[in-house]
Design a protein around this ligand. Structure first.
Ligand code: TXA
Ligand code: MG
Length: 313
């Protein structure tokens, strides 16, 4: 299959309307989309990504009016989150409507809904004329793509189209909040910070995601965000000694400078750069990537979650 590259949101949306699968940019990472009511196209997403079929997809909307086609029984906490934080890097899990095919939600009776903020994503979704289910546009287990080139690296020849754009602004996926239980719960930390969520829902809880076996967040059991290189977390970049083929990313410069390195000015810059740094390290054939640990506040919570998962083997 030939993968068409385009910068036109209308041309990309045309593929969705004809039953195709299309990678598109958002403010977090690139997604791989299909029309939500098109079971055949959704099957192709799982095949193209080699994604385990027990991992549900997020439905992306252009307009909050589309929620009525996707969900039922929206409770007060879900409504409040959507009213306050949409559009943005937040996914709200609610009860799904019967119309949504089970393949989209991996058999669950719930569905994650997100309204992206990025202008080109909004134009694309609007032109699709339907909600679009999309996981991140990487091969399963690989770091999420933050550039269209990274999408092509994993999926060229396996998908119909890539909507080309600039590098994703945030670089870490959305925060997933389950609102179907009495107390709302963060299933996956992400770029909508816990501090911001607590301003709206002070009672919100955290599902401890690393190593969880909870059936509530199936995707978190799978291997994630992994470069081919070994990932090692360090408290102090000066601990890194004398390895020839290392890469380093963090906030402080290592004293022992000899590898491929990226010193970031802020946690935001670190988060923005991380997945592409992993991919570039693999392209360079690096054996070991040292990553500085960060304080777990603000975006640092999601960044540490991704670092810990990448370091798991
Ligand atoms: O920022 C993002 O969220 C990106 C962009 C493309 O929107 N998407 C993304 O999708 O990261 P994906 O499929 O790579 O990750 C979705 C996560 C998975 O851990 C999945 O298990 C969880 O959300 N999820 C989706 N629907 C769910 C549901 N109904 N119940 C529980 N967890 C759900
Ligand atoms: Mg993903």
């Amino acid at each position: 299959m030939k993968t068409v590259l385009t910068t036109s949101s209308d041309d990309a949306a045309e593929f969705i309307r004809r039953g195709g699968i299309v990678a598109f940019p958002t403010e977090t990472v690139y997604g791989l989309g299909a029309a939500v009511f098109d079971e055949f196209a959704i099957e192709r997403i799982f095949a193209a990504k080699q994604r385990p079929v027990d991992n549900p997809l997020i439905a992306h909307i252009a307009d909050i009016k589309q929620i009525a086609d996707l969900a039922v029984d929206i409770n007060e906490s879900a409504q409040l989150l959507m009213d306050t934080l949409f559009p943005g890097p937040l996914t709200v899990v609610v009860r799904k409507s019967l119309r949504v095919p089970l393949i989209a939600t991996a058999g669950l009776d719930t569905i994650g809904i997100r309204q992206p903020q990025f202008e080109l994503a909004r134009r694309f979704l609007l032109a699709c004329g339907t909600p679009v289910v999309a996981p991140s546009a990487n091969l399963s287990g690989r770091p999420s793509p933050t550039t269209w080139q990274a999408v092509a690296e994993d999926l060229d020849g396996r998908i119909d189209c890539i909507l080309q754009s600039v590098e994703c602004e945030i670089g870490i996926e959305s925060t997933v909040v389950d609102c179907t239980a009495d107390v709302p719960r963060v299933l996956r930390s992400g770029s909508m910070t816990l501090e911001r969520l607590r301003e709206i829902l002070p009672e919100i809880e955290i599902a401890h995601a690393v190593n969880t076996t909870s059936p509530k967040s199936p995707g978190m059991r799978h291997r994630h965000y992994s470069p081919r290189a070994r990932v090692v977390l360090v408290d102090d970049p000066n601990e890194i000694i004398g390895e020839p083929d290392f890469a380093y990313i963090g906030l402080r410069p290592p004293s022992n400078r000899r590898g491929y390195e990226r010193v970031c000015a802020s946690i935001e810059e670190y988060a923005h750069a991380l997945f592409e740094f992993f991919r570039e390290s693999d392209r360079l054939g690096v054996q070991t990537i040292h990553c500085e640990r960060v304080e777990e506040t603000g975006l640092g919570v999601a960044l540490m979650d991704r670092l810990l998962r990448a370091a798991e083997r």
